[in-house]
Write a protein that binds this ligand. Structure first.
Ligand code: SAH
Length: 339
């Protein structure tokens, strides 16, 4: 769950249109930057750096404040569930939790990850560590999770201890864009619904590739915007407007498409690059979250949790609209690092 009230101006974030995303070097360039003086260029760069810093702080604060509420209502997986397409059955709470586990299993299956290969896992953007503990138990692997939120890292470590997993599973506060790990360390590089928070997708992918071991798998499951058609440079204004409204409430920088991720992975000469659109498989998720928020218990917990959660709840219908209109896509992108 990622909705919140922005405590700073999101217009100052390093937003990029889809076309500027394709040239990471354009990250700090305004349309007229070619004519800027050196001093002015310096100030543009400084502003962007500050904005990125503000985004990091905002994400950390958001998850510090809202993770407890999410855990209370939805448990330790802070990601969509995976459902059969067109499933209209009203699932019980446990049904939705099973769908969240299914999301992990479907992701592993899609990527062709087999048990014997997985000894070391990094969980990039780990939340309170639901995936890490699941993967560590499933594979008997060591797992390290990173998050920007100190509250999440502590809770994740406490849960690992409670499940006697501390020897193999640990969590720390670290930035996915500057991971504190040596090159080639992990057989499985796992990013479940964290990529959408990354202000620099090229750097994000570069870090995932760097820490993957030769022969290791990278799995990115993330919110994307639709792929652009041939000749289309940007989304339609109304589509961009919808995403901007979500970005203003959620701690998200500019979105990209699954095609953009595939292009980035191709630029690193990775193997077996595959992607899929699972939007239909996640369709029941946000309506279910809204239903739980609208129970007495949910409303009361929301009120106690504060404005960030309340604003978040109010933004959920925009996510549903985005999926229904085909602007938002739930994507999985995976590849293997060559041996
Ligand atoms: N993968 C988890 C949590 C998803 S919520 C799950 O499936 O349960 C998004 C997570 O991404 C949060 O833990 C947030 O702190 C983390 N995140 C966002 N930006 C990050 C960054 N730059 N570096 C590390 N973690 C980040």
């Amino acid at each position: 769950m990622k909705a919140t009230l922005a405590p700073f101006s999101f217009t100052s974030l390093p937003y990029r249109t889809n076309s500027s995303f394709r040239s990471p070097s354009l990250l700090l360039k305004s349309p007229s930057s070619a004519s800027l003086t050196t001093a002015a260029r310096g100030s543009v760069a400084l502003k962007a750096t500050t904005s990125t810093e503000a985004l990091r702080e905002g994400i950390a604060e958001f998850y510090n404040e809202t993770s407890g509420l999410w855990e209370e209502i939805w448990g330790d997986h802070m990601h969509h569930g995976f459902y059969d397409p067109d499933s209209s059955i009203q699932l019980s709470d446990s049904g939705h939790r099973e769908a969240q586990i299914r999301m992990i299993e479907e992701s592993l299956h899609f990527a062709g990850v087999t048990e014997e290969r997985v000894k070391r896992v990094v969980d990039v953007g780990c939340g309170i560590g639901g995936s890490s503990r699941y993967l560590a138990s499933k594979f008997g692997a060591e797992c390290i999770g990173i998050t920007l939120s100190p509250v999440q890292a502590k809770r994740a470590n406490d849960l690992a201890a409670a499940q006697s997993l501390s020897k193999r599973v640990s969590f720390l506060v670290a930035d996915a864009l500057e991971q504190p790990f040596e090159d080639g360390k992990f057989d499985l590089v796992w990013s479940m619904e964290s990529g959408e928070h990354m202000p620099d997708k090229a750097k994000f992918v570069k870090e995932l590739v760097r820490v993957a071991a030769p022969g290791g798998r990278i799995i990115i499951v993330t919110w994307c915007h639709r792929n652009l058609s041939q000749g289309e440079e940007t989304l339609q204004p109304w589509e961009q407007n919808l995403l901007d409204r979500i970005c203003k409430t959620f701690y998200l920088p500019a979105w990209c498409s699954t095609d953009d991720y595939v292009n980035l992975l191709q630029s690193h000469s990775l193997q077996d690059i595959k992607c899929a659109d699972w939007s239909e498989n996640v369709a029941p998720f946000w309506p279910a979250v809204i239903r739980t928020a609208l129970t007495w218990n949910g409303l009361w917990s929301l009120l106690l949790s504060g404005m960030k959660s309340i604003k978040g709840a109010l933004t959920m219908p925009l996510m549903i609209k985005g999926y229904k209109k085909g602007v938002i896509k739930f994507g999985i992108i995976t590849c293997q690092k060559p041996l």
